[in-house]
Design a protein around this ligand. Structure first.
Ligand code: ATP
Ligand code: MG
Length: 418
């Protein structure tokens, strides 16, 4: 049994961040942005203090006398969830922080061991780091003493220094910290470090993953979805809203613009040879995306394309879509295998939504055998049948936008021609 001598200990969350390569001013910006992003996300769950010291982030629930132990545990649990889903965080540990001596370290360690034994863990090791040299025991002495005391108290426990089920970690600084859990975070760069990107978001598997990947490099996200109602149902649109909301869990916010694409699509279908519809439609989408990106101060366009996956994703077809854009087009999946993309989709939680069976407009309008290697003359001839500038303007005037955060969605209308 654990001794029940009470002493002043605080349970909090310690988050590690990194990119090791970041230096100087960049590092400072990285830290500030990360703290800001975390504080903003945590606000919805309760009152927390988020601070930086000793190159770690500390998340501490603000505790009033009426808050119960259970409520604190819930707040800590939420903080773990939020921090592990925030770009820039490498890993997270729930930590006990206290001032005291070896007996306090032992007491907390016993509590942690009991929790692990309950979960079925059986092997452990002790790891100690001592930065505060005035502590009377060396790190080696602490490891030996603590390992021995725990083995004596829990005969079912065994030491395994190579692959232990858990590690009791002791850090000795001005305060003492003891913990045993290290939970991986999503890494990357804090949202807001890398300008804003406009992602072409369909209801498929690839584009939400592409959005996530660029967000993980610090991009803020806006998204554009081309909706061809009633040929694609409003359920398909809802699916895109849901996907944007899942991605917003990581980056905090996604502004999604839904373009009413029906008239444009019908006109394009009426005037374009069947085998050129895919490419002409994609060029039209890209033109509209480029125009909206400029209005919304987006510095890049993002798509979920992967080389050779479908007819519109050959090198020639990609050239044809690139030709209408002046902004850089980021295609993080261009060299990815579908299986690898699916793995990421499962990990980030978009897969189950992406595979819901609502058609997107491409599956309804396109030809069975689209041209896979369109040449410049072919696409120029298709374009000349359309008033592309007027169609782009028309699209910009028919947009419904959604400001999407993990906890709420606000709809707004704007004429982006103005
Ligand atoms: P995804 O799984 O992302 O839908 P896909 O493999 O189905 O991709 P396509 O349908 O050819 O491939 O689409 C290629 C890319 O074009 C998508 O990743 C997305 O970025 C964009 N896109 C396609 N359809 C739409 C749409 N209706 N609205 C917005 N973007 C779209
Ligand atoms: Mg698709």
């Amino acid at each position: 049994m654990t001794r029940t001598v009470e002493f002043n200990k605080q349970k909090l969350i310690m988050a590690r961040f990194g990119e090791i390569a970041l230096k100087g001013l960049n590092r400072h910006k990285f830290e500030e942005r990360l703290l800001h992003n975390l504080a903003l996300k945590l606000k919805q769950y309760g009152s927390y203090q988020v601070t930086l010291s000793q190159s770690r982030i500390w998340i501490i629930p603000n505790v009033t006398p009426t808050v119960t132990e259970n409520e604190i545990d819930l707040l800590l649990q939420k903080a773990i969830e939020v921090a592990t889903e925030t770009f820039g965080i490498v890993s997270v540990s729930p930590v006990y922080l206290f001032a005291g001596d070896y007996s306090n370290i032992l007491q907390i360690s016993r509590q942690l061991v009991e929790e692990h034994l309950e979960r079925g863990d059986k092997t452990f090791k002790v790891d100690c780091r001592r930065a505060e040299k005035s502590f009377p025991l060396t790190s080696m002495e602490i490891m030996n003493q603590l390992g021995g005391d725990l083995l004596e108290a829990y005969p079912e426990l065994k030491v395994d220094i190579h692959q232990p089920d858990f590690i009791i970690k002791v850090e000795i600084r001005q305060n003492l910290a003891v913990y045993s859990q290290v939970i991986q975070g999503v890494r990357g760069l804090p949202t807001g470090m890398s300008a804003k990107g406009l992602v072409l978001l369909s209801g498929g598997i690839d584009s939400p993953v592409a959005a996530y990947m660029m967000a993980s490099r610090g991009m803020e996200l806006e998204a554009i979805y081309f909706h061809t109602f009633p040929y694609t149902s409003d359920l398909a649109k809802q699916k895109v809203i849901d996907l944007a909301q899942i991605v917003s869990r990581y980056c905090g916010r996604v502004v999604l613009h839904v373009v009413d694409f029906t008239d444009i699509n019908l006109e394009l279908n009426a005037k374009t040879p069947k085998d050129m519809i895919t490419i002409t439609m994609r060029r039209m989408m890209m033109r509209i995306a480029q125009a909206l990106a400029e209005k919304r101060d987006c510095k890049a366009i993002i798509t979920g394309e992967s080389l050779g996956q479908v007819a519109s994703q050959t090198t020639e077809a990609i050239n044809a879509t690139d030709a209408v854009a002046t902004l850089p087009i980021f295609r993080p999946l261009i060299g990815s295998d579908k299986e690898d993309t699916i793995k990421i989709a499962r990990k980030i939680g978009t897969f189950e939504t992406s595979i819901k069976p609502y058609d997107d407009c491409c599956t309804i309008f396109v030809a069975k055998h689209p041209k896979t290697r369109p040449n410049t003359a072919a696409w120029q001839s298709c374009d000349s049948e359309l008033d592309c500038a007027a169609l782009t303007q028309q699209a910009l005037s028919k947009i419904t936008s959604y400001d999407i955060r993990y906890d709420r969605i606000k709809e707004f209308q704007r004429d982006y021609n103005e």
